[in-house]
Design a protein around this ligand. Sequence first.
Ligand SMILES: Cc1cc2nc3c(=O)[nH]c(=O)nc-3n(C[C@H](O)[C@H](O)[C@H](O)COP(=O)(O)OP(=O)(O)OC[C@H]3O[C@@H](n4cnc5c(N)ncnc54)[C@H](O)[C@@H]3O)c2cc1C
Length: 402
Amino acid sequence: MHSIAIIGGGPAGLMAADTLLAASNDLTVTIYEKRKAPARKLLIAGSSGLNITNHLAVDEFLTHYESPSTRFPSIFGPMLRSFTPTDWVRFVESLGSETFLGTSGRYFVREMKASKLVRAWLKKLDAQGLQWKVGTEVRGFSPSNPGKIEISDSSGAILAYDAVIFCLGGGSYEPANQILKWPEIFKSHGVHFTDFRPSNAGYHVHWSEKFLAEADRQPIKSCVLKTSRGVRQGELLITSYGLEGTPVYTVGTPGPATIDLKPELEIQEVLKKLRSVKENLAPIRRAKKVLNLSPAALALIFHHAPREALTEIEAFAQLIKQFPIQLENPRPLEESISAAGGISIDEIDESMMLKRFPGVFLAGEMLDWDAPTGGFLIQACVSQGRWVGNHVLDFIRRKPLT
Ligand SMILES: Cc1cc2nc3c(=O)[nH]c(=O)nc-3n(C[C@H](O)[C@H](O)[C@H](O)COP(=O)(O)OP(=O)(O)OC[C@H]3O[C@@H](n4cnc5c(N)ncnc54)[C@H](O)[C@@H]3O)c2cc1C
Protein backbone atom coordinates (compact mmCIF):
# COMPACT_ATOMS: atom_id res chain seq x y z
CA MET A 1 0.00 0.00 0.00
CA HIS A 2 1.31 3.46 -0.87
CA SER A 3 1.64 5.96 1.96
CA ILE A 4 1.23 9.71 1.71
CA ALA A 5 1.93 12.38 4.32
CA ILE A 6 0.23 15.75 4.24
CA ILE A 7 1.86 18.38 6.41
CA GLY A 8 -0.61 21.02 7.61
CA GLY A 9 -4.31 20.65 8.38
CA GLY A 10 -5.67 23.85 6.81
CA PRO A 11 -8.08 24.00 3.85
CA ALA A 12 -5.35 23.10 1.31
CA GLY A 13 -4.24 20.04 3.31
CA LEU A 14 -7.80 18.90 4.09
CA MET A 15 -8.79 19.15 0.42
CA ALA A 16 -5.70 17.21 -0.66
CA ALA A 17 -6.56 14.47 1.86
CA ASP A 18 -10.20 14.43 0.76
CA THR A 19 -9.20 14.02 -2.89
CA LEU A 20 -6.76 11.20 -2.19
CA LEU A 21 -9.08 9.27 0.11
CA ALA A 22 -12.11 9.66 -2.15
CA ALA A 23 -10.15 8.31 -5.12
CA SER A 24 -8.45 5.25 -3.70
CA ASN A 25 -8.77 2.68 -0.90
CA ASP A 26 -5.31 1.55 -1.66
CA LEU A 27 -3.30 4.15 0.22
CA THR A 28 -2.74 5.45 3.70
CA VAL A 29 -2.98 9.18 4.19
CA THR A 30 -1.62 10.85 7.32
CA ILE A 31 -1.94 14.54 8.19
CA TYR A 32 0.71 16.02 10.45
CA GLU A 33 -0.54 19.14 12.24
CA LYS A 34 1.69 21.06 14.62
CA ARG A 35 -1.22 22.46 16.63
CA LYS A 36 -3.47 20.43 18.92
CA ALA A 37 -6.24 20.62 16.31
CA PRO A 38 -6.40 21.33 12.57
CA ALA A 39 -7.97 24.22 10.62
CA ARG A 40 -7.14 27.01 13.08
CA LYS A 41 -7.03 29.75 10.43
CA LEU A 42 -10.22 28.56 8.77
CA LEU A 43 -11.93 28.80 12.16
CA ILE A 44 -10.46 32.29 12.70
CA ALA A 45 -11.63 33.30 9.22
CA GLY A 46 -15.13 32.29 10.29
CA SER A 47 -15.07 34.63 13.26
CA SER A 48 -15.73 37.59 10.95
CA GLY A 49 -18.15 35.72 8.62
CA LEU A 50 -16.78 32.83 6.57
CA ASN A 51 -16.55 34.07 2.99
CA ILE A 52 -15.75 30.87 1.09
CA THR A 53 -15.57 32.16 -2.49
CA ASN A 54 -16.86 34.70 -4.99
CA HIS A 55 -19.51 34.63 -7.73
CA LEU A 56 -17.17 35.90 -10.49
CA ALA A 57 -16.75 33.85 -13.66
CA VAL A 58 -13.44 31.97 -13.71
CA ASP A 59 -11.66 34.30 -16.19
CA GLU A 60 -12.46 37.36 -14.12
CA PHE A 61 -11.81 35.47 -10.89
CA LEU A 62 -8.26 34.78 -12.07
CA THR A 63 -7.50 38.48 -12.52
CA HIS A 64 -7.60 38.93 -8.74
CA TYR A 65 -4.38 37.00 -8.10
CA GLU A 66 -0.83 38.34 -8.02
CA SER A 67 2.50 36.59 -7.94
CA PRO A 68 6.06 37.64 -8.72
CA SER A 69 6.27 34.53 -10.92
CA THR A 70 5.13 35.02 -14.51
CA ARG A 71 4.30 31.28 -14.50
CA PHE A 72 1.58 31.69 -11.87
CA PRO A 73 -1.38 32.35 -14.22
CA SER A 74 -0.55 29.35 -16.41
CA ILE A 75 -0.03 27.11 -13.37
CA PHE A 76 -3.03 28.26 -11.33
CA GLY A 77 -5.54 28.78 -14.16
CA PRO A 78 -6.04 25.04 -14.81
CA MET A 79 -6.42 24.41 -11.06
CA LEU A 80 -9.23 26.93 -10.72
CA ARG A 81 -10.91 25.62 -13.87
CA SER A 82 -10.78 22.04 -12.62
CA PHE A 83 -12.15 22.90 -9.16
CA THR A 84 -14.22 26.04 -9.68
CA PRO A 85 -15.98 28.31 -7.20
CA THR A 86 -19.22 26.45 -8.06
CA ASP A 87 -17.56 23.09 -7.29
CA TRP A 88 -16.38 24.43 -3.93
CA VAL A 89 -19.81 25.81 -3.04
CA ARG A 90 -21.33 22.41 -3.88
CA PHE A 91 -18.65 20.67 -1.82
CA VAL A 92 -19.40 22.86 1.21
CA GLU A 93 -23.11 22.18 0.81
CA SER A 94 -22.45 18.45 0.52
CA LEU A 95 -20.98 18.69 4.02
CA GLY A 96 -24.30 20.04 5.30
CA SER A 97 -23.46 23.78 5.42
CA GLU A 98 -25.92 25.93 3.53
CA THR A 99 -24.35 28.82 1.59
CA PHE A 100 -25.68 32.14 0.34
CA LEU A 101 -24.54 34.81 -2.10
CA GLY A 102 -24.17 38.21 -0.44
CA THR A 103 -24.91 41.49 -2.21
CA SER A 104 -21.15 42.05 -2.60
CA GLY A 105 -20.89 38.93 -4.81
CA ARG A 106 -19.26 36.91 -2.02
CA TYR A 107 -20.43 33.45 -0.98
CA PHE A 108 -20.79 32.83 2.75
CA VAL A 109 -21.82 29.84 4.83
CA ARG A 110 -25.27 30.50 6.29
CA GLU A 111 -24.12 30.10 9.89
CA MET A 112 -21.26 32.56 9.12
CA LYS A 113 -18.86 30.60 11.36
CA ALA A 114 -16.58 27.80 10.14
CA SER A 115 -17.03 25.38 13.06
CA LYS A 116 -19.92 23.34 11.58
CA LEU A 117 -18.14 23.00 8.23
CA VAL A 118 -14.85 21.97 9.85
CA ARG A 119 -16.58 19.42 12.12
CA ALA A 120 -18.43 17.81 9.21
CA TRP A 121 -15.30 17.76 7.02
CA LEU A 122 -13.16 16.13 9.70
CA LYS A 123 -15.90 13.55 10.37
CA LYS A 124 -16.01 12.67 6.67
CA LEU A 125 -12.21 12.35 6.48
CA ASP A 126 -12.13 10.19 9.61
CA ALA A 127 -14.76 7.90 8.09
CA GLN A 128 -12.58 7.61 4.97
CA GLY A 129 -9.69 6.39 7.10
CA LEU A 130 -7.54 9.51 7.44
CA GLN A 131 -4.79 9.13 10.04
CA TRP A 132 -3.73 12.06 12.19
CA LYS A 133 -0.56 13.15 13.89
CA VAL A 134 -1.75 16.25 15.71
CA GLY A 135 0.55 18.24 17.97
CA THR A 136 3.37 17.00 15.73
CA GLU A 137 5.54 19.53 13.97
CA VAL A 138 7.46 18.45 10.91
CA ARG A 139 11.05 19.66 11.13
CA GLY A 140 12.55 18.46 7.86
CA PHE A 141 12.40 16.18 4.86
CA SER A 142 14.97 14.31 2.83
CA PRO A 143 14.76 12.03 -0.17
CA SER A 144 15.64 8.46 0.74
CA ASN A 145 16.10 5.33 -1.29
CA PRO A 146 14.26 3.70 -2.92
CA GLY A 147 12.21 6.69 -4.10
CA LYS A 148 10.78 7.62 -0.71
CA ILE A 149 10.67 10.89 1.20
CA GLU A 150 11.63 10.83 4.86
CA ILE A 151 9.95 13.16 7.31
CA SER A 152 11.45 14.04 10.67
CA ASP A 153 9.12 15.45 13.30
CA SER A 154 9.04 17.01 16.75
CA SER A 155 8.56 13.62 18.44
CA GLY A 156 11.95 12.55 17.09
CA ALA A 157 10.39 10.05 14.68
CA ILE A 158 11.61 9.67 11.11
CA LEU A 159 9.13 8.03 8.75
CA ALA A 160 9.32 7.43 5.01
CA TYR A 161 6.41 8.07 2.60
CA ASP A 162 5.85 7.58 -1.12
CA ALA A 163 4.88 11.24 -1.47
CA VAL A 164 4.68 14.22 0.86
CA ILE A 165 2.40 17.24 0.40
CA PHE A 166 3.34 20.38 2.33
CA CYS A 167 0.42 22.75 2.99
CA LEU A 168 1.97 24.88 5.73
CA GLY A 169 0.06 28.13 5.23
CA GLY A 170 1.34 31.70 5.03
CA GLY A 171 3.06 33.84 7.62
CA SER A 172 0.05 35.84 8.81
CA TYR A 173 -1.82 35.54 12.08
CA GLU A 174 0.95 33.61 13.82
CA PRO A 175 1.67 34.60 17.45
CA ALA A 176 3.84 37.76 17.51
CA ASN A 177 6.51 36.27 19.77
CA GLN A 178 7.08 33.10 17.70
CA ILE A 179 9.32 32.80 14.69
CA LEU A 180 7.73 30.82 11.87
CA LYS A 181 9.95 27.76 11.65
CA TRP A 182 8.85 26.02 8.46
CA PRO A 183 10.65 28.26 5.91
CA GLU A 184 13.95 26.87 7.19
CA ILE A 185 12.88 23.35 6.09
CA PHE A 186 13.02 24.56 2.49
CA LYS A 187 15.76 27.19 2.73
CA SER A 188 18.10 24.49 4.05
CA HIS A 189 17.55 22.66 0.74
CA GLY A 190 18.24 25.81 -1.32
CA VAL A 191 14.57 26.25 -2.27
CA HIS A 192 13.85 29.93 -3.04
CA PHE A 193 11.74 31.57 -0.33
CA THR A 194 10.77 35.25 -0.06
CA ASP A 195 10.14 36.52 3.48
CA PHE A 196 6.48 37.02 4.33
CA ARG A 197 5.07 40.57 4.49
CA PRO A 198 1.61 41.72 5.62
CA SER A 199 -1.13 41.62 3.01
CA ASN A 200 -4.84 42.33 3.38
CA ALA A 201 -3.84 44.35 6.40
CA GLY A 202 -5.17 47.48 8.06
CA TYR A 203 -3.10 50.67 7.75
CA HIS A 204 -1.95 53.23 10.23
CA VAL A 205 -3.35 56.74 9.81
CA HIS A 206 -2.64 59.50 12.29
CA TRP A 207 -6.06 60.47 13.70
CA SER A 208 -6.69 63.26 16.20
CA GLU A 209 -8.06 62.35 19.62
CA LYS A 210 -11.17 64.43 19.02
CA PHE A 211 -11.89 62.58 15.77
CA LEU A 212 -11.47 59.19 17.45
CA ALA A 213 -13.72 60.18 20.33
CA GLU A 214 -16.46 60.60 17.71
CA ALA A 215 -15.65 58.03 15.06
CA ASP A 216 -13.66 55.07 16.49
CA ARG A 217 -15.10 51.72 15.20
CA GLN A 218 -17.50 53.52 12.87
CA PRO A 219 -17.78 52.68 9.16
CA ILE A 220 -17.53 54.98 6.18
CA LYS A 221 -19.90 53.04 4.00
CA SER A 222 -19.58 52.68 0.24
CA CYS A 223 -16.65 55.00 -0.33
CA VAL A 224 -13.81 54.71 -2.84
CA LEU A 225 -10.18 54.63 -1.75
CA LYS A 226 -7.58 55.68 -4.31
CA THR A 227 -3.85 55.09 -3.79
CA SER A 228 -0.83 54.69 -6.03
CA ARG A 229 -1.70 50.94 -6.07
CA GLY A 230 -5.19 51.38 -7.45
CA VAL A 231 -8.81 52.23 -6.72
CA ARG A 232 -11.26 50.20 -4.64
CA GLN A 233 -14.83 50.76 -3.51
CA GLY A 234 -16.17 49.36 -0.25
CA GLU A 235 -16.54 50.04 3.42
CA LEU A 236 -13.72 51.52 5.51
CA LEU A 237 -13.72 51.08 9.26
CA ILE A 238 -12.15 53.79 11.44
CA THR A 239 -9.95 52.28 14.17
CA SER A 240 -7.78 53.78 16.89
CA TYR A 241 -4.68 53.18 14.75
CA GLY A 242 -6.06 53.92 11.28
CA LEU A 243 -8.24 52.08 8.79
CA GLU A 244 -9.48 48.54 8.18
CA GLY A 245 -11.71 47.19 5.42
CA THR A 246 -11.63 45.81 1.89
CA PRO A 247 -10.56 49.04 0.11
CA VAL A 248 -7.46 49.45 2.27
CA TYR A 249 -6.69 45.70 2.23
CA THR A 250 -6.83 45.74 -1.56
CA VAL A 251 -5.05 48.95 -2.56
CA GLY A 252 -3.39 50.08 0.70
CA THR A 253 0.21 51.24 0.39
CA PRO A 254 2.21 53.78 2.37
CA GLY A 255 1.81 57.30 1.00
CA PRO A 256 -0.86 59.83 0.07
CA ALA A 257 -4.36 58.54 -0.71
CA THR A 258 -7.80 59.98 -1.28
CA ILE A 259 -11.28 58.86 -0.25
CA ASP A 260 -14.30 59.60 -2.44
CA LEU A 261 -17.01 60.02 0.18
CA LYS A 262 -19.83 60.21 -2.38
CA PRO A 263 -18.86 57.93 -5.27
CA GLU A 264 -22.38 57.69 -6.65
CA LEU A 265 -22.39 61.42 -7.47
CA GLU A 266 -20.22 63.31 -9.96
CA ILE A 267 -18.59 66.46 -8.59
CA GLN A 268 -21.09 68.64 -10.49
CA GLU A 269 -23.95 66.80 -8.80
CA VAL A 270 -22.35 67.31 -5.38
CA LEU A 271 -22.01 71.02 -6.14
CA LYS A 272 -25.61 71.24 -7.33
CA LYS A 273 -26.87 69.62 -4.14
CA LEU A 274 -24.74 71.88 -1.93
CA ARG A 275 -25.97 74.96 -3.80
CA SER A 276 -29.59 73.83 -3.56
CA VAL A 277 -29.62 74.75 0.16
CA LYS A 278 -31.29 78.14 0.32
CA GLU A 279 -30.02 79.25 3.74
CA ASN A 280 -26.63 80.94 3.95
CA LEU A 281 -24.88 78.02 5.65
CA ALA A 282 -21.26 76.83 5.77
CA PRO A 283 -20.55 73.99 3.28
CA ILE A 284 -20.35 71.31 6.01
CA ARG A 285 -23.80 72.26 7.32
CA ARG A 286 -25.17 72.15 3.77
CA ALA A 287 -23.59 68.71 3.35
CA LYS A 288 -25.34 67.48 6.50
CA LYS A 289 -28.67 68.49 4.97
CA VAL A 290 -28.33 67.20 1.43
CA LEU A 291 -25.48 64.67 1.03
CA ASN A 292 -26.58 61.97 3.47
CA LEU A 293 -23.00 61.37 4.67
CA SER A 294 -22.34 58.87 7.44
CA PRO A 295 -21.44 60.23 10.91
CA ALA A 296 -17.86 58.94 10.44
CA ALA A 297 -17.51 60.80 7.11
CA LEU A 298 -18.83 64.01 8.67
CA ALA A 299 -16.46 63.64 11.62
CA LEU A 300 -13.58 63.05 9.18
CA ILE A 301 -14.41 66.27 7.36
CA PHE A 302 -14.88 68.23 10.57
CA HIS A 303 -11.65 67.11 12.27
CA HIS A 304 -9.27 66.36 9.39
CA ALA A 305 -10.21 68.53 6.41
CA PRO A 306 -7.78 71.26 5.36
CA ARG A 307 -9.35 74.41 6.89
CA GLU A 308 -9.35 76.30 3.59
CA ALA A 309 -11.65 73.69 2.04
CA LEU A 310 -14.33 74.25 4.67
CA THR A 311 -15.33 77.75 3.71
CA GLU A 312 -15.84 77.65 -0.01
CA ILE A 313 -18.39 75.42 -1.81
CA GLU A 314 -16.25 74.44 -4.85
CA ALA A 315 -13.29 73.47 -2.66
CA PHE A 316 -15.65 71.58 -0.34
CA ALA A 317 -17.18 69.60 -3.22
CA GLN A 318 -13.65 68.71 -4.32
CA LEU A 319 -12.94 67.54 -0.78
CA ILE A 320 -15.99 65.27 -0.76
CA LYS A 321 -14.76 63.60 -3.97
CA GLN A 322 -11.05 63.47 -3.04
CA PHE A 323 -10.62 63.63 0.72
CA PRO A 324 -6.84 63.52 1.29
CA ILE A 325 -5.35 61.14 3.85
CA GLN A 326 -1.86 59.82 4.48
CA LEU A 327 -1.51 56.02 4.85
CA GLU A 328 1.48 55.12 6.97
CA ASN A 329 2.71 51.53 7.49
CA PRO A 330 0.49 48.41 7.42
CA ARG A 331 -0.46 46.57 10.62
CA PRO A 332 1.97 43.77 11.44
CA LEU A 333 1.98 40.27 9.95
CA GLU A 334 0.46 38.76 13.08
CA GLU A 335 -2.69 40.82 12.45
CA SER A 336 -2.90 40.60 8.68
CA ILE A 337 -5.41 38.33 6.93
CA SER A 338 -2.84 36.98 4.51
CA ALA A 339 0.82 37.35 3.63
CA ALA A 340 2.69 38.13 0.46
CA GLY A 341 5.86 36.09 -0.01
CA GLY A 342 6.54 32.38 0.38
CA ILE A 343 8.09 29.67 -1.75
CA SER A 344 8.61 30.72 -5.34
CA ILE A 345 6.15 29.31 -7.87
CA ASP A 346 9.20 28.82 -10.10
CA GLU A 347 10.31 25.99 -7.77
CA ILE A 348 7.30 23.82 -8.66
CA ASP A 349 6.15 22.13 -11.84
CA GLU A 350 2.59 22.02 -13.22
CA SER A 351 1.68 19.20 -10.80
CA MET A 352 2.88 21.37 -7.84
CA MET A 353 5.86 19.09 -7.25
CA LEU A 354 9.20 20.64 -6.29
CA LYS A 355 11.27 20.40 -9.45
CA ARG A 356 14.36 19.33 -7.57
CA PHE A 357 12.64 16.90 -5.13
CA PRO A 358 10.40 14.38 -6.93
CA GLY A 359 7.70 13.22 -4.54
CA VAL A 360 7.55 16.51 -2.58
CA PHE A 361 4.48 18.63 -3.42
CA LEU A 362 3.37 22.07 -2.15
CA ALA A 363 -0.03 23.79 -2.03
CA GLY A 364 -1.85 26.73 -0.47
CA GLU A 365 -0.74 29.99 1.05
CA MET A 366 2.83 28.83 1.65
CA LEU A 367 3.51 29.52 -2.04
CA ASP A 368 4.30 33.02 -3.30
CA TRP A 369 0.95 34.23 -4.62
CA ASP A 370 -1.55 36.60 -3.09
CA ALA A 371 -5.12 37.78 -3.51
CA PRO A 372 -7.48 40.28 -1.91
CA THR A 373 -10.23 39.30 0.50
CA GLY A 374 -13.51 38.30 -1.10
CA GLY A 375 -13.19 34.51 -0.97
CA PHE A 376 -10.19 34.39 -3.33
CA LEU A 377 -7.80 33.10 -0.65
CA ILE A 378 -9.72 30.03 0.52
CA GLN A 379 -10.81 29.24 -3.04
CA ALA A 380 -7.18 29.18 -4.23
CA CYS A 381 -6.19 26.92 -1.33
CA VAL A 382 -8.93 24.35 -1.98
CA SER A 383 -8.45 24.40 -5.76
CA GLN A 384 -4.73 23.80 -5.21
CA GLY A 385 -5.46 21.10 -2.61
CA ARG A 386 -7.74 19.29 -5.07
CA TRP A 387 -5.17 19.59 -7.88
CA VAL A 388 -2.26 18.38 -5.80
CA GLY A 389 -4.30 15.43 -4.50
CA ASN A 390 -5.07 14.32 -8.06
CA HIS A 391 -1.48 14.77 -9.20
CA VAL A 392 -0.10 12.84 -6.25
CA LEU A 393 -2.42 10.01 -7.28
CA ASP A 394 -0.92 10.11 -10.79
CA PHE A 395 2.57 10.24 -9.32
CA ILE A 396 2.17 7.17 -7.12
CA ARG A 397 0.35 5.20 -9.83
CA ARG A 398 3.49 5.53 -11.95
CA LYS A 399 5.63 4.39 -9.03
CA PRO A 400 6.25 0.73 -8.18
CA LEU A 401 5.34 -0.38 -4.66
CA THR A 402 8.42 -0.74 -2.46
C1 LIG B 1 -8.65 36.86 10.32
C2 LIG B 1 -8.67 36.10 9.02
C3 LIG B 1 -9.82 36.12 8.26
C4 LIG B 1 -9.84 35.44 7.02
N1 LIG B 1 -10.99 35.46 6.31
C5 LIG B 1 -11.01 34.84 5.10
C6 LIG B 1 -12.20 34.81 4.35
O1 LIG B 1 -13.29 35.25 4.81
N2 LIG B 1 -12.16 34.25 3.11
C7 LIG B 1 -11.01 33.72 2.58
O2 LIG B 1 -11.01 33.27 1.42
N3 LIG B 1 -9.89 33.66 3.31
C8 LIG B 1 -9.87 34.21 4.56
N4 LIG B 1 -8.73 34.15 5.31
C9 LIG B 1 -7.55 33.45 4.75
C10 LIG B 1 -7.66 31.91 4.86
O3 LIG B 1 -7.98 31.55 6.18
C11 LIG B 1 -6.32 31.28 4.42
O4 LIG B 1 -6.07 31.69 3.09
C12 LIG B 1 -6.33 29.76 4.46
O5 LIG B 1 -6.62 29.28 5.75
C13 LIG B 1 -4.95 29.22 4.04
O6 LIG B 1 -5.03 27.83 3.94
P1 LIG B 1 -3.74 26.89 3.96
O7 LIG B 1 -4.26 25.50 4.02
O8 LIG B 1 -2.82 27.28 2.88
O9 LIG B 1 -2.99 27.25 5.31
P2 LIG B 1 -3.49 27.30 6.83
O10 LIG B 1 -4.95 27.38 6.94
O11 LIG B 1 -2.66 28.37 7.47
O12 LIG B 1 -3.03 25.87 7.38
C14 LIG B 1 -1.67 25.52 7.52
C15 LIG B 1 -1.54 24.52 8.65
O13 LIG B 1 -0.22 24.01 8.69
C16 LIG B 1 0.16 23.83 10.05
N5 LIG B 1 1.62 23.79 10.08
C17 LIG B 1 2.49 24.80 9.80
N6 LIG B 1 3.77 24.37 9.93
C18 LIG B 1 3.71 23.05 10.28
C19 LIG B 1 4.71 22.05 10.52
N7 LIG B 1 6.02 22.33 10.43
N8 LIG B 1 4.29 20.80 10.87
C20 LIG B 1 2.96 20.51 10.96
N9 LIG B 1 1.99 21.43 10.74
C21 LIG B 1 2.34 22.69 10.38
C22 LIG B 1 -0.46 25.05 10.72
O14 LIG B 1 -0.60 24.86 12.12
C23 LIG B 1 -1.80 25.16 10.00
O15 LIG B 1 -2.82 24.44 10.66
C24 LIG B 1 -8.68 34.76 6.55
C25 LIG B 1 -7.53 34.71 7.35
C26 LIG B 1 -7.52 35.37 8.57
C27 LIG B 1 -6.27 35.32 9.40
